[in-house]
Design a binder for this molecule. Structure first.
Ligand code: TMP
Length: 212
């Protein structure tokens, strides 16, 4: 079966991690070898960098420093985990990747998209997802979910941003999805987790069949 690199994108509380797990389960029952992972993070080194990014005050880093931290984490993740799996011909499903950088550090925090893509090329040898699922959910609903489940988590640096920040993130993902609709598929996040999973599977299975 074909190797495949799938990413999930969206705002806080959109249900990405649930859908990553559901898709992996479905693909495994279909006979594929699937690894799930996340960004920032996914390897020991990248998880250490993640802790710097997601904890502390919202103004702890400026956008360019964030970009460098994210790329340092991403390089380790791509080199040590993602590429070896794809080279074996297996499947990687990742919770966030380059499109989060283009939206958070780019569209919302002001870095130029061409600069972000240039750094991405150097960092990853230009690794792009085969397919990206954008879970389209109103940020007001997403933030209620995200804050509701945060419990004792200290990983609140981005969640603590204003609602207007989260609206900009949402519009940023919508803009990117419209511009790159061949690769980035929008799925309505207002449905039950079950229905979202069915919609995701319809897209992924049609891509898999197209590649056979
Ligand atoms: P998570 O809450 O989905 O685990 O992601 C952690 C945070 O990191 C999330 O609020 C968005 C942020 N982030 C960026 O700002 N840029 C990036 O490139 C990535 C991958 C995540």
């Amino acid at each position: 079966m074909a190797k495949l690199f799938v990413t999930f994108e969206g705002g806080e509380g959109a249900g990405k991690s649930t859908q990553v797990a559901r898709l992996a389960e479905r693909m495994r029952s279909n006979g594929q070898i699937v690894t799930t992972t996340r960004e920032p993070g996914g390897t020991t080194g990248a998880e250490a960098i993640r802790a710097l990014l997601v904890n502390g005050a919202t103004d702890r880093w400026d956008a360019l420093t964030e970009l460098h931290l994210i790329n340092a984490a991403r390089r380790d993740h791509v080199q040590r985990l993602i590429c070896p799996i794809l080279e074996r011909g297996d499947v990687v499903i990742c919770d966030r990747f380059i499109d989060s950088t283009r939206v958070y550090q780019g569209i919302v925090k002001g870095l130029d998209d061409a600069l972000i893509c240039r750094h991405h090329q150097d960092t990853t040898n230009n690794l792009w997802p085969d397919l990206t699922v954008f879970i389209d959910l109103d940020p007001e609903i997403g933030m209620v979910r995200a804050l509701g489940r945060s419990g004792a988590s200290t990983e609140m640096r981005f969640e603590n941003e204003t609602l207007s920040f989260h609206h900009k993130i949402y519009f940023g993902f919508q803009k990117l999805q419209r511009a790159e609709h061949q690769r980035i598929i929008a799925i309505d996040g207002n449905q039950s987790a079950e229905s979202v999973a069915e919609a995701v599977w319809a897209v992924v299975s049609s891509r898999l069949n197209a590649d056979v």
